[in-house]
Design a protein around this ligand. Structure first.
Ligand SMILES: Cc1ncc(C[n+]2csc(CCOP(=O)(O)OP(=O)(O)O)c2C)c(N)n1
Ligand SMILES: [Mg+2]
Length: 392
């Protein structure tokens, strides 16, 4: 889907949006274009003076809403499948849809993304079949998508490791001469607030900075690293760390899909033009558990979750579309119906996934095999054959 570029003046044919401002009330230096009640802000100024704005067609606004609803519904289905024993584990994106859809839709086809294990919304925006991560978490395959075809790397569970992979990749993009023009390439690395305490992430910041890598560091600050709250990671707002490494940082309202799109598109375009890395801190909240193995009621209070419910990314988009008469009840019903149909389809396909042959675990260890591996495979096959004909 083609999206309008930030920097284009709003058409202003409906109720005039509020004019620009530097920060949302009570949230210092937070770039916001859509308030929690669905009020549109015409433009917002970032900490370095950059003015952010978007101008989407009605169709594009509706498309963003559809993306948000679909990724939430598919995620809820995956959580339900785990609770019913059909997946080993699931890391829900609940609450982080706008940060992921906004940044995911800001990517151009040629841009490369390096995800964590929670970027199901970005995966969706890259055009990857949402069944893919479910195979991984069901334990029947390694993830399955081709990172080069979709320009979306494999999920990475080692916290922060993908920021170094992304830095190396981005340095390669620059060395190949693929930056410096409007249609140059850029790279985006996703990570969490907790990951900012990892050595890998800080090393990635240094390398990206001194080699001027075309890389956007996209931190979804969802306020927790499992049970550890943000105040155990930092004494300064995370985006301000960028200054110490020598590149710009900005904090965006991660529950605002429009602002998330605008800041990411701007940062990617700077990177592709050869202006080096930047850090985006998408200020958001993990509404669910860290994973299905976690019980968040043990470390956070209900009132905190309720306060964030009032900032829900989908509710504010729905309020905006309704108030501006961009969408009507029929549209919302059709989106809900599509989400329901796609999630039923997802469930059916998960349940139909074949179990892999045990010996296939040797298949993808090395691209061309090895004598040791061949021997192990032979031993394992013999061992499996010893069960043939028995009741076990
Ligand atoms: C190197 C490493 N250390 C520890 C872990 C265990 N671990 C898994 S998720 C997680 C917290 C990550 O928090 P954050 O970076 O904020 O991302 P979020 O899960 O909140 O999206 C930890 C410590 C790991 N996977 N890798
Ligand atoms: Mg976190």
């Amino acid at each position: 889907m083609a999206k309008g570029d930030p920097g284009v003046t709003s058409r202003g044919r409906r109720a005039a949006p509020r004019s620009k401002r530097t920060a949302a009330a009570g949230e210092p230096e937070l770039v916001q274009l859509l308030t929690p009640t669905g009020e549109r802000i015409e433009s917002a100024i970032g900490p370095d003076g950059t003015e952010y704005r978007v101008d989407f067609t009605d169709e594009e606004y509706r498309g963003l809403y559809r993306d948000l609803v679909l990724v939430r519904k598919l995620d809820a289905e995956a959580t339900a499948l785990q609770r019913q024993g059909e997946l080993g584990l699931w890391a829900s994106l609940l609450g982080q849809e706008a940060a992921q859809v906004g940044s995911g839709r800001a990517l151009r086809t040629q841009d490369m993304a390096f995800p964590t294990y929670r970027e199901h919304g970005v995966l969706y925006c890259r055009g990857i079949d949402p069944i893919m991560p479910l195979g991984l978490f069901r334990g029947v395959d390694q993830g399955g998508w081709d990172p080069n075809e979709f320009k979306f790397n494999m999920y990475t569970i080692v916290i922060g490791a993908q920021t170094l992979h992304a830095t190396g990749y981005a340095m390669g993009v620059a060395m190949d001469g693929k930056t410096g023009t409007d249609d140059g390439e850029a790279v985006i690395a996703y990570f969490g607030d907790g990951a900012t305490s990892q050595g890998d992430v800080n090393e990635a910041f240094v390398w990206a900075s001194v080699f001027n890598a075309p890389l956007v560091f996209f931190c979804q600050n969802n306020q927790y690293a499992i049970s550890e709250p943000l105040e155990r990671q930092t004494r300064v707002p995370l985006y301000q760390r960028a200054g110490g490494f020598g590149f710009p940082g900005v904090r965006v309202d991660g529950n605002d899909v429009l602002a998330s799109y605008a800041v990411t598109r701007h940062a990617l375009d700077n990177a592709r033009l050869g202006q080096g890395p930047s850090l985006i801190e998408a200020y958001t909240y993990r509404m669910g558990a860290h994973t299905t193995s976690d019980d968040p009621t043990r470390y956070r209070i209900a009132s905190e979750v309720e306060a964030w419910q009032a900032k829900d990314p989908i509710a504010r988009m729905k309020a905006f579309l309704t108030n501006q008469q961009i969408a009507d009840a029929d549209f919302f019903a059709s989106v809900d119906e599509q989400a329901r149909t796609e999630s039923v389809h997802l469930r059916e396909r998960v349940l139909a996934m074949p179990n892999p042959e045990p010996v296939s675990m040797f298949d993808h260890v090395y691209p061309t095999g090895s004598p040791e591996l061949d021997e192990q495979r032979a031993q394992f096959s013999k061992y499996m054959e010893s069960f043939e004909g028995s009741a076990h």
